[in-house]
Ligand binder design. Structure first.
Ligand SMILES: [Zn+2]
Length: 83
C-alpha cells in the first residue's frame, strides 16, 4: 500500500517530538489517527519509544550514587567491578 507514503514521511519527521511529548497537540492528534491506520509508522514509534526507555533507564543508573552501586555490585558478587 503506497497511498500513505508521503504522509508517512511527513509524520516520521515529527515522531521524535511525539515520543518525547514536545509535539503540538493538533499534530499529535493527526499523528495518532495516522498511527491507528498505519502499521509502518506504529512500528517506528514503538521502536523509538523502546530505545528512549532504555536510554532513560541507563541514564538513571548512571546517576545512582557510587556507594549504592558498589553495595549492589558486592551483593551480586561483582566486587571486581567496583569503582
Ligand atoms: Zn504511516
Amino acid at each position: 500500500m503506497e497511498k500513505n507514503k508521503n504522509h508517512c514521511e511527513e509524520l516520521i519527521t515529527s515522531i521524535s517530538e511525539y515520543v518525547d511529548g514536545s509535539i503540538n497537540p493538533q499534530l499529535c492528534l493527526e499523528l495518532e489517527k495516522h498511527l491507528s491506520e498505519c502499521d509502518n509508522c506504529r512500528v517506528v514509534v514503538n521502536t523509538l519509544k523502546k530505545t528512549i526507555d532504555i536510554y532513560r533507564q541507563q541514564s538513571a543508573r548512571e546517576k545512582m550514587p557510587s556507594d549504592v552501586k558498589n553495595r549492589l555490585l558486592a551483593r551480586l558478587h561483582l566486587e571486581d567491578y567496583r569503582e
